[in-house]
Design a protein around this ligand. Structure first.
Ligand code: AHG
Ligand code: MN
Ligand code: MN
Length: 337
């Protein structure tokens, strides 16, 4: 599809629905509503201290993490925006213990929405890029009441996935399985405008992203990979590597989508019983699909993330994603170990 100038998200989605019936109208409505919620979160984020949105909420989520005020605000914005439209059966969020079925007073739809309402919480108070990540699944047929089990589908079953970065610009990135596109929020118009038509992640890179402070806890294959990068032109890779770590997955993934790179949050020995830090359903699955749709790859070090069968809503996973050849190398190091 070629795009004339100034295509709004609304127009893009309508054309997608019209041209090849690539998305049903219900899904179009859902994506519009999620985008509207992101716009509203973006405004709250922008107000910062003036809006009283910074700081801790002094509560804990189901994963034992202290919640920030914005974690809770963003979660509420997404729920309020999505519960009444008739397009959803239920929602699930990193910040809620259980699923949130659409209340009885509203019509029930056939989609399930999952989200990390505010990604990169540690960056909120220091004015560094943060974001929202979302994933859309279809509720399995049969069974009138929606249940937690309905959500336990592999990432390959997603029908839409995206994220919104609240950075120097507010950018919404989206896939419905037809490549990856991005829209920038035009604050004067109040709408998202198409600014990137098709991402293509370079297959090779000289840039990696990992929290190096955990080095002593890493597994051998991860140590080996990073060590080889650090040896630069004198090592087996024969080239120098650069490193970036923003500590907001949205911002790190957005950089990789834009100019390539590899991102890792691997399992480590700090809490050996946890598969990793990142959450399969709210972070790894949507990001993996976006990365694959842009020509990159994503594994847990051994298997393709999108093929993993989840057994719990808040399941964690080890993540290696980005430029294809690097991901394949890291995965090969793990398989060989
Ligand atoms: P969240 O703010 O939703 O809990 O996610 C934070 C995640 C992810 O965005 C980031 O890549 C990672 O945690 C950063 O972790 P470290 O602080 O351990 O580097
Ligand atoms: Mn997150
Ligand atoms: Mn979060």
């Amino acid at each position: 599809m070629s795009h004339p100038k100034n295509i709004s998200l609304t127009r893009y989605l309508i054309e997608l629905q019209r041209s090849d019936n690539l998305i049903p109208s219900e899904l179009r409505l859902l994506l519009e509503v999620v985008a509207r919620a992101c716009k509203s979160i973006s405004h709250a984020v922008n107000k910062g201290a003036l809006g009283g949105v910074l700081g801790s909420a002094e509560s804990e989520n189901v994963q034992g993490e202290i919640q920030k005020k914005l974690d809770i605000i963003a979660n509420e914005v997404l729920i309020e925006a999505n519960e009444w439209g008739g397009h959803l059966a239920a929602m699930a969020s990193e910040e809620m213990d259980d699923i949130y079925p659409v209340p009885n007073r509203y019509p029930q739809g056939e989609y399930l929405l999952l989200f990390d309402p505010l990604d990169g919480s540690s960056n909120i108070d220091v004015n560094v890029s943060i974001g929202t990540i979302f994933s859309v699944l279809k509720k399995p047929e049969g069974g009138a009441l929606v249940s937690k089990e309905d959500f336990l589908q592999s990432g390959a079953q997603q029908v839409a996935a995206g994220y919104c970065v609240y950075g120097p610009q507010t950018t919404l990135v989206l896939t419905v399985g037809q490549g990856v596109v991005a829209f920038t929020l035009d604050r004067e118009q109040g709408s998202f405008v198409l600014t990137q038509n098709q991402f293509k992640i370079p297959e090779d890179t000289q840039e990696f992203a990992i929290n190096m402070s955990n080095m002593r806890h890493w597994d051998e294959p991860v140590k080996r990979y990073v060590d080889e990068c650090l040896q630069g032109t004198e090592g087996p890779r024969g080239k120098n590597f650069n490193m970036r770590w923003i500590a907001s997955m949205v911002a790190d993934v957005h950089r990789i989508l834009t100019r390539g790179g590899v991102f890792m949050y691997p399992w480590d020995r700090r809490e050996p019983n946890k598969a990793g830090k990142l959450r399969l359903m709210y972070e790894a699955n949507p990001m993996s699909w976006i990365i694959e749709q842009a020509g990159g790859a994503s594994t847990n070090g051994r298997e393709r993330i999108l093929d993993l069968q989840p057994t719990q809503l808040h399941e964690r996973v080890s993540v290696v994603l980005g430029s294809k050849n690097e991901v394949e190398r890291i995965t090969a190091y793990h398989r060989g170990a």
